[in-house]
Design a protein around this ligand. Structure first.
Ligand SMILES: Nc1ncnc2c1ncn2[C@@H]1O[C@H](COP(=O)(O)OP(=O)(O)OP(=O)(O)O)[C@@H](O)[C@H]1O
Ligand SMILES: CC(=O)N[C@H]1[C@@H]2OC[C@@H](O2)[C@@H](O)[C@@H]1O[C@H](C)C(=O)O
Length: 403
């Protein structure tokens, strides 16, 4: 037997595995690296986060990714070059973290690498006549380069199997949230506020997975970040929502922003910065005569938009006054203006962060990929959401050997 296969076989049989989960999302702030110890699998999984770091992307890394990111027209040569380059970059970032954590690569069983989404094209969004009805998504940073660069067996490219199983390739959060965070005592909404906002609904009974699902709800931080950058190129985001808090929501602009059919489309659904990017904002600003609105008022309105997107999606499932325990994660959990808007929009919900459940809010998405890799190697296809379409029961991730 191939020695790598034999090693994988042995890893699958261990009572626990040490897995590095990686996520680099739509905000392009850096690579999230979560070193996890996973005991067991399936609903019996127990996870300890041993180490976590966000290795920041330099301006040059961001510039390179933006050459192709969410763009309709790209250089094929650039795209091709970016794929191994990102894999090598992520491998070097893992190696750097392991050195800091004084952990040898041989002490880690697996890497679970999300890669960098450069284009997300669910059928409802692209409407390309040649590919009607086809869901597609593309993540770069090839797993072979991560495996060879770290010396660790790597699982990568998780989203294609989800599409092959009938999904949109996202959000995958439901799988991890279900395994780790469902509770027999409480009906929960796990709200991730990244570049795009999404939530997972977890019904009360921890073993009843049939109604669990996750969905994107619209923009999280993406339009906020882009708007801040347009006015202040030195700023990455509106720190602590201070600029937004100094502004007023412009009802006309908000109405026009919400007129996009995405907000009324049935759940679950996915989206990305391909739709919710500067071009969409610009068109709406022109239509609503708000191109001259102050930065503060624009940010206050965009903050409200993110919150209304979440609230509308919640109402689609739970009726006019959802009363759920909401646990936030992602960068937007650090934004008090966004949190205040969410409380206004969902007054009967209680709000806290996933920290209250023992999961570091910034690490949650990286942890998700460690959980998915654990299931692919040692578990069974995760079966949730039987009551809803597009939550396929599949094992996700392609396996790359380090040699
Ligand atoms: N202190 C803060 N105040 C306001 N906003 C913040 C703060 N900290 C982080 N953010 C926001 O969070 C963003 C980063 O969020 P996160 O890392 O969750 O995004 P991501 O993982 O790239 O997104 P996605 O989940 O869509 O892939 C920043 O760009 C910023 O908008
Ligand atoms: C295609 C893609 O990369 N989608 C991301 C993105 O970031 C947030 C939201 O949009 C979510 O759908 C997804 O990531 C998380 C990890 C998910 O799949 O659950």
């Amino acid at each position: 037997m191939n020695t790598h296969l034999a090693r994988l076989h042995q890893i699958a049989q261990q009572p626990s595995r040490r897995i590095i989960g990686l996520m680099s999302g739509t905000s392009l702030d850096g690579l999230d690296v979560a070193l996890c110890r996973l005991h067991g699998h399936g609903t019996g999984t127990r996870l300890e986060l041993e180490q976590f770091a966000t290795v920041p992307y330099s301006d040059d890394v961001r510039r390179r990714i933006r050459q192709v990111f969410a763009g309709g027209q790209v250089s094929l040569e650039y795209l091709t070059l970016l794929n191994p380059w990102l894999g090598q970059l992520h491998a070097s970032m893992i190696t750097q973290c392991l050195q800091q954590w004084q952990t040898a690569p041989a002490e880690v069983d697996l890497v679970a690498s999300h890669g960098q989404t450069v284009y997300h094209a669910p059928a409802h969004q692209h409407q390309h006549p040649d590919f009607a009805g086809l869901n597609a998504t593309l993540q770069l940073g090839d797993g072979d380069h991560v495996a060879m660069g770290t010396g660790i067996i790597t699982l990568s490219d998780f989203r294609q199997k989800h599409i092959a199983g009938g999904g949109e390739g996202a959000p995958l959060a439901a799988y991890g949230d279900y395994l780790l965070l469902s509770s027999p005592q409480e009906e929960r909404l796990l709200l991730n506020l990244g570049g795009i906002a999404n939530f997972t609904y977890l019904p009360r009974a921890s073993q009843d997975a049939s109604t669990a699902f996750s969905t994107d709800t619209g923009p999280g931080n993406t339009l906020l970040d882009a708007t801040v950058r347009q006015h202040h190129s030195e700023l990455a985001y509106d720190e602590d929502g201070r600029l937004a808090a100094a502004g007023q929501v412009h009802e006309g602009l908000l109405r026009e922003l919400l007129a996009h059919p995405f907000f009324a489309a049935p759940l679950p659904k996915t989206t990305g910065p391909e739709l919710f990017g500067p071009a969409y904002l610009r068109q709406v600003q022109v239509r609503s005569n708000t191109t001259q609105l102050s930065l503060e008022d624009t940010l206050a309105t965009l903050t409200e938009l993110s919150a209304v997107g979440v609230a509308r999606a919640a109402r689609q499932v739970f009726g006019v006054q959802p009363a759920l325990a909401v646990y936030a994660s992602g960068g937007g959990a650090h934004n008090p203006a966004l949190q205040a808007a969410l409380r206004r929009q969902l007054p009967a919900c209680t709000f806290s962060t996933t920290e209250a459940l023992g999961v570091l809010p910034d690490a949650k998405e990286a942890i998700l990929f460690a959980l998915l890799a654990n299931e692919a190697v040692a578990g069974q296809p995760v079966s949730i959401g039987a009551g809803r379409q597009r939550v396929p029961a599949v094992s996700m991730g392609k396996i790359s050997f380090p040699g």
